[in-house]
Design a protein around this ligand. Sequence first.
Ligand SMILES: Cc1cc2nc3c(=O)[nH]c(=O)nc-3n(C[C@H](O)[C@H](O)[C@H](O)COP(=O)(O)OP(=O)(O)OC[C@H]3O[C@@H](n4cnc5c(N)ncnc54)[C@H](O)[C@@H]3O)c2cc1C
Length: 388
Amino acid sequence: MSDHHVRMQDNEIFTEDHQAFRRTVRKFADGLAPHSEAWDEAGIFPREVFTQAAELGLLGIRVDPQWGGSGLDWWYTTAYAEALVHTRNAGVNMALMVQSDMATPIISEIGSDEVKREFLEPAVKGEKIAALGVSEPGGGSDVAAIRTTARRDGDDFIINGQKLWITNGTRADFITLAVRTGDDGYGGISLLVFPTDTKGFHVGKKLKKIGNKASDTAELFFEDCRVPRRYLLGEENMGFYHIMTNFQGERLIAAVSCVAGMELAVRDAIAYGDDRKAFGKPISKFQVWRHKLVEHMTAIEAARRLTYFAVDKFNKNPANATREITMAKLFAGDLAQRVIYDCQQMYGGFGYVTEYAVARAFTDIRLITIGGGTSEVMKEILVKMEGL
Ligand SMILES: Cc1cc2nc3c(=O)[nH]c(=O)nc-3n(C[C@H](O)[C@H](O)[C@H](O)COP(=O)(O)OP(=O)(O)OC[C@H]3O[C@@H](n4cnc5c(N)ncnc54)[C@H](O)[C@@H]3O)c2cc1C
């Protein structure tokens, strides 16, 4: 399979600066890859990985240099997400990206300078780990239904409630937290920064997952937790809109990572199939596999074009790419289920043992149609946008 990164370099999208950045990320990812299986088994990975990523500037790609970031654009984030798949560990990648691209962008965009100094800057440096706390046991798709409350008390908020499915949840130093400050429905939700050393906060179960095992996913409890009102992000009761905007970046990165992950899995499968023989010839020379592989390459190329179109639109105007981002996540996510399944099948029994990255990818990839908005939710968004 030809190297699309080289092709795209020729294709005006990625400049030499992007490519140099991509090589840096790739070297970092290759360095982590040998630990991938062990970290999945351990259900966690070393905290230093965050600081190593920070030293390379990976945790603040689009953050203003005033707060330690690089002030770059979404094409750099795209190069980052694509090269990071070489860790061959979706859990590590998700944990890093929750930090860099899901929990902190809201602070970057609407946090006060004081909050940025206290939380964003150390997060960009990898000194503090960040989590995003939106989903609750009562529902993840229906964000407007969240029930964790923040009641005003003088200059503070008193927080009570529970969050579920929180990535980086067992060791986050702070959480970008969605809380109910007003009436029922989407109009009563606010966002604030919640330091996890606050009295009354505790981590419940660390969830046992079928994939993305190296990332910790936790349930969190808040009992009369007092946080200062100055930790509020943006305006009170406007949180829903910021969560929805933030979702766009999250879904875009999910699509980019998914496309790059599929491509890597296909390349790995070809290398495996060239090497492994049955009935006197390499597996990859059986026509059934060659046809499947080129079908998948075609679909991956289509997914990449749609995703790049979404990146381009989002880069130019973040308010104008929801349709394409939604389509990209939906399309890439559903496609990946078939692609990874076939790649795994090509390995025979070896595809069933976790020593092989494809076996881990098989369970990891299930998350793409669930996390950050399910495929059904993507379809509902499109139904509304298309006026059906
Ligand atoms: C490993 C992992 C990590 C996660 N990390 C985080 C995190 O860091 N922070 C965070 O806030 N959340 C996180 N999540 C939560 C994730 O975003 C939710 O799981 C997801 O949004 C789905 O919500 P739910 O699980 O409550 O499912 P539900 O909302 O209960 O949905 C159940 C089913 O109903 C379908 N459904 C729901 N609404 C509709 C509809 N209108 N039409 C048709 N079908 C519908 C869904 O598509 C799904 O198939 C994580 C989840 C996982 C599994």
